[in-house]
Design a protein around this ligand. Structure first.
Ligand code: SAM
Ligand code: SF4
Length: 342
């Protein structure tokens, strides 16, 4: 049954693919990349045609939501042609949602074209509204073009969700100003706990940056009043409504709340490696079957074999941090988020 849907060993249907189209980025966010990142040789990357073929194979197997990510997806040369060709799956009804996660730096240039491809909502990462702090956390980024990009997306009719990594001692003091700005602009807002990725790069330790969302949430509740809402968007976020503003706020809490039981997703890297879990090392190479034959049968067989070993969940846990001041965390992953596509 070539087209039977993908169901993993824990009876979870796999309906969501996150696809990284590049490991490169025009920023060097401190929690994501080291300043001197080594990037992959271009020949290792899947071509735009291969990325389309890979996505289309997943869509033929029941994937309904496709998120393009990276690295920074909008720095991949020719990226618009990928969106343009993938939009056929929206038109056919095979795909519900074609979206991307971006740092926003190139968004002003692409917003109208993305909207024309059927992109209805996007995630933009933004950790601060203060220019100098933005420059510090992204190392290479500038705030103004990102704000212009967000405005352009809104003007193009794309709904914007701001993703903010909660960073102790960095954006604690902007919790209310970020929330109020999103309320004023009509953007959704989700906070993310910093995850122990890529610790090997010897950068500021993720452990020292960890600001538990339980604390962040309590601060929001005391300022605005808060009601839990059952809203689920097919992702790991849990949502509340702020009583004072009516806005929905999401929390992605891999460390204080394990969301694996409802996991519906897999991640493909820009080299065609399929990670069945963000927090585990097991992966399947899809580039070889993709390149071995113009027929999709070997590719589909490789996808099925990979889904058949999707693990139950991740093991991140800051409370089990190792002793001796190593900063290492139980379940920590040596990969950078930009590698697996966040
Ligand atoms: N460049 C795009 C962007 O920044 O939105 C897409 C890729 S980025 C790797 C995807 C998301 O991962 C961003 O929202 C970023 O903030 C988040 N991220 C990166 N490293 C992280 C970490 N160590 N812990 C939690 N989130 C992280
Ligand atoms: Fe680039 Fe996104 Fe990583 Fe920042 S979080 S360095 S913008 S890939």
């Amino acid at each position: 049954m070539q087209n039977a849907p993908l169901i993993d060993p824990f009876a979870r249907p796999i309906t969501y693919l996150r696809l990284s189209v590049t490991d490169r980025c025009d920023f060097r966010c401190t929690y994501c990349m080291s300043e001197a990142m080594q990037f992959l040789p271009r020949a290792e990357l899947l071509t735009l045609e291969e990325l389309d073929r890979l996505s289309s194979a997943f869509i033929s197997l029941g994937v309904r939501k496709l998120r393009i990510t990276g690295g920074e997806p909008l720095v991949r040369k020719g990226i618009l042609t990928l969106f343009q060709s993938l939009s056929r799956h929206l038109a056919s009804g095979a795909l519900d949602d074609l979206t991307l996660t971006t740092n926003g730096s190139q968004l002003a240039r692409y917003a109208d074209d993305l909207a024309a491809c059927g992109v209805r909502r996007i995630n933009v990462s933004l950790d601060t509204l203060v220019r100098d702090k933005f420059a510090a956390i992204t190392r290479w980024g500038k705030l103004a073009p990102v704000l212009d990009g967000i405005a352009a997306a809104k003007a193009a009719g794309i709904r914007v969700k701001i993703n903010t990594v909660a960073l102790k001692g960095f954006n604690e003091d902007e919790l209310f100003s970020l929330t109020d700005w999103c309320a004023k602009e009509g953007h959704d807002l989700t906070f993310i706990e910093v995850m122990p990725m890529g610790e090997d790069m010897g950068d500021a330790l993720r452990l020292g940056q960890y600001w538990p969302l339980t604390d962040l949430r309590a601060r929001l509740a005391s300022r605005y009043g808060m009601t839990d809402v059952p809203l689920r968007t097919g992702g790991p976020a849990r949502y509340v409504r702020l009583d004072a503003t009516g806005q929905h706020i999401g929390f992605i809490t891999p460390l204080t709340h394990n969301f694996c039981e409802s996991c519906n997703r897999v991640r493909a890297t820009c080299t065609g490696q399929l990670y069945m879990c963000l927090g585990q090392n097991d992966m399947a190479d899809l580039r070889a079957p993709l390149r071995a034959s113009a027929d999709d049968a070997p590719l589909i067989a490789a996808i099925r074999a990979a889904i058949a070993r999707k693990p139950k969940g991740h093991d991140f846990d800051y409370s089990r941090a190792s002793p001796a001041g190593t900063g290492a965390v139980k379940g920590q992953m040596p990969r950078h988020m930009s590698h697996t596509g966040g």
